[in-house]
Every structure is written in C-alpha cells, then in structure tokens.
Design a protein around this ligand. Structure first.
Ligand code: ZN
Length: 437
C-alpha cells in the first residue's frame, strides 16, 4: 500500500514538472548577467534617475521585454521601464490586472561596479569566506538561514563590492516569470503589468511612477529578503523638527545679551528617555521609536530633526506627545529660548489600506505554499516603494526574492532562492486567474 502511494505521488510530481517547459534563459543566468551592470544610485541629486548609468539596465530590460512579446514597452524620461503582458483567458477583463515591480538601482552604500559573482556550488554548511577580501565572512551565526541552503548553489560577490541581489534578483525573477509564461501558454493568467524602477535606494524614483497609464489594479513589489517573507505592513512615519531660537552677539560684549540656543537644544536631547522602548538601538519587531538623526547648532538658531516611527497611528501620536512633553520641559528651563515644534507625514503604514484587500496577501501566501515555500508575514521596519504606491491608490505589498544581507558586501542569494521566488510569481498570476472567475 505504502509503495503504491509513493508511486502515485511520484507520478503526480513528474507529470506536474513535465508540463512546464523551461524559460529561454534560466533565472540564475539572467541574474548573473544583470549584476554585472553597474546601476548604483546616488544621494542628494536633483535628477531622476540620480545616475545616468541606470539607463544601461533600463534599456536592456526594455529590449528583453519586447523580445518576450510584452506590449506597450517604454522607458520613461525618468528611467522607469513599463510593459504589459497580455492575458490568455477567454475574457481577461474578469481578472484584475496585477502589477509586478522590481528596482534596478543598487545601494549608494557600497560600490556596485565590476561585480564578480561567485557561485559556491553544492554548499555543505559552514561560514563562507569571500575570496578577494578574506575579512568578509558570511557566518552561519549571523545568517541562520544558511542552514536551509545545504546542497544549494549560493551566489555571493567576491568581497570587494555588493552583489546587487537587491534588487536584480527581483528583476531577474519578474523577467523569468514572463519568459516562462510565454513558453507555457497552458498556464492561464490575466493581464500582467510589469515595471522596473530606478532610485529606490535613494527614494525618489517612485514619485515619478505613472500609475494611471501602467494599468494595474493591484501590484506587488518583488524586493523582499529570505524565501517566504511577505510584507503587508510598513511603518507609519513622521519627521519632527524642533527649532530653538536664541540671540547671538559678539562674545566679547555678550554679557546680559547673548542667549545661546545650543544649551536648550542640548537639554532637549538629554531629556530623551534612555530606557526601551524608545530608541532604534533598543527596539525590534513591532516596537516603534523616536530617533534624533540630524542637527544643526549655532548660538542664534539650533534645529534637531527626529524620526517618529510606529506601526500604529496611535503609537505615532503617543510618540509625538512624548516629544512635545520634552519640549515643554526644556521651555520651562530655558524661558528665553523660543522653541518651535513642527512635524510632517513621511508615509503611512500600507496596512491601513491593505486591510481592505486581504486577497493580495492571501493569494501570495498560497502561491508561496504551492512553490514549497513556508510563508511568513513580516512587517517592514521602514518604508518601501509599495508604501508610496499604496498611499497613492495602488495597493502594493512586498514579496520575497530569496536575497540576504542587502546593502553590504555580504549580500547573497541562491539558485533555490531565485527559482522558488520565480515559481511563486508564476503561481500567483495563476491563483489570481483561478479565484477571479
Ligand atoms: Zn531593494
């Protein structure tokens, strides 16, 4: 009986695999090609994209989309690549158009030029020393997910650059999904909008995103980390600015005249509670923080900028209340210094919108499970391009890419990471078609 069961299971597995024809290029080969193209973005530029070289990858991806039969392919003046994969259903209008977005740029933190990807074939456990700088070591201690990658082919940089898995993994996975769908017309799906964006790492590219003409009703960013991580929550973010107005004069004749704003600013900072849960360095998980991150001080005027972060709007409000109490304390101590408090909304937790569209997350969970991946919902202690799009009316959670250690020389992904992430995307468009009939 048992062997009969096993036989049936084996037959079923074989038949499923036999049905899927491979794409014209594997996700691994595509990824290795893309990481060779330097697309590092730069901070504090007035243009989008912040670096011209991002067009190199944008133009290549546009060409590949056209070669794969994608319609309406265009590269905007801001370096955003758009395209539409037509659905293959009898009536595509019954299924909402689903969008997929990956970003082309890599972090300004570490060079992305001359990336030499190293494939550590059939990984057998243990720490991975990067060959061109032996001080760069990917340790099992700091990367427990390595234990799940025994027997996999792990891809790293050589120790002198980042790898660019963030987010060329996403680019390769989206492109390979399209390629696989083209080779397998038996996989049914609705219209699929695709886009590759510049300047995600420096925040700016997404503001130029043309939601209207792109045509997606819902979207996913493919920009997450380890296999299974799905994020439908980000911070709700505000930035507070506290300004201290003093009075400057020549220090030689300042007696009784000068009011040095810096003392009040220093007092304000010293009144921040040291104990958890208030600071980034003492918090994790779902706990928010207040974080002074920049200041400018002179006798006349001092300003301090403070990040206020929480997953709940009530938590954001409570943290602002705390800041105002600290301001009041400093006012009482330095009555001659005028103190202004001001705060601005950065972005909203996407959950505030996504809670009304639970199917986006539910279908992604199902798609991961069908790819043999254990899904895990992980709130992002930051914002994503999806936070911006969601706030602008395009609900957009974030999906995993298989990558690890973003923005550093220890970045890595694996063959399984790339393949299972691609399988998840293919499953996801099928699930949307199945469930929307
Ligand atoms: Zn990214």
């Amino acid at each position: 009986m048992r062997s009969l069961c096993l036989l049936i299971v084996l037959c079923a597995l074989t038949s499923v695999h036999a049905q899927i024809k491979p794409p014209s290029e594997s996700v691994m080969d595509r990824f290795l090609r893309y990481v060779k193209i330097d697309t590092q973005s730069a901070e504090d530029q007035n243009t989008v994209p912040s670096t011209k070289k991002q067009f190199d990858l944008a133009n290549l991806l546009a060409k590949e989309l056209k070669d794969l039969g994608v319609r309406n392919v265009r590269v905007s003046e801001f370096g955003i690549v758009y395209g539409m994969v037509p659905g293959n259903l009898p009536d595509n209008s019954k299924v909402p158009t689903i969008g997929f977005i990956a970003h082309m740029d890599t972090s300004p933190a570490v060079s992305g030029a001359n990336v030499k990807a190293i494939i550590h074939k059939n990984y057998q456990g243990g720490d991975i020393v990067l060959p061109s700088d032996k001080t760069q070591v990917i340790t099992v201690d700091k990367n427990p997910d390595l234990k799940n990658l025994i027997g996999d082919d792990i891809i790293t940089a050589d120790g002198t650059t980042l790898l660019g898995s963030d987010d060329k993994s996403g680019c390769a996975e989206v492109m390979t999904m399209i390629d696989t769908l083209r080779s397998n017309p038996q996989i049914k799906h609705g219209n699929i909008a695709v886009a590759f964006t510049p300047d995600e790492e420096v925040g700016g590219g997404i503001e130029k995103f043309d939601i209207q003409n792109w045509g997606a009703k819902f979207a996913y960013t493919v920009d997450g980390e380890q296999l299974g991580d799905i994020s439908n929550e980000t911070w709700s973010a505000r930035t507070a600015t506290v300004t201290f107005h003093g009075k400057n004069t020549h220090p030689g004749t300042a007696k009784g005249i000068m009011i040095n704003s810096m003392y009040a600013a220093g007092d304000f900072l010293s009144n921040f509670p040291a104990e958890a849960p208030n600071r980034p360095e003492t918090t994790e998980g779902r706990v928010g923080f207040v974080h002074p991150y920049s200041s400018n001080m002179t006798e006349e005027t001092s300003t301090i900028k403070i990040l206020v972060r929480d997953f709940d709007l009530s938590g954001v409000a409570a943290k602002e209340e705390l800041l105002k109490q600290i301001v009041a304390k400093t006012r009482a101590k330095y009555p001659q210094v005028k103190i202004d408090y001001d705060s601005k909304l950065g972005y909203l937790n996407m959950k505030e919108v996504l809670k009304d569209y639970p199917q986006l997350t539910d279908y992604a969970i199902e798609a991961a499970k069908r790819a043999g991946v254990t899904p895990e919902i992980r709130p992002i202690r930051g914002g994503t391009d999806g936070s911006n799009l969601t706030a602008r009316g395009l609900p957009t959670p974030n999906l995993f890419t298989g990558g690890h250690n973003f923005h550093g020389k220890l970045e890595f992904n694996s063959r399984k990471g790339l393949e299972k992430s691609t399988d998840t995307l293919i499953n996801l468009v099928q699930i949307w078609a199945e469930r929307s009939k």
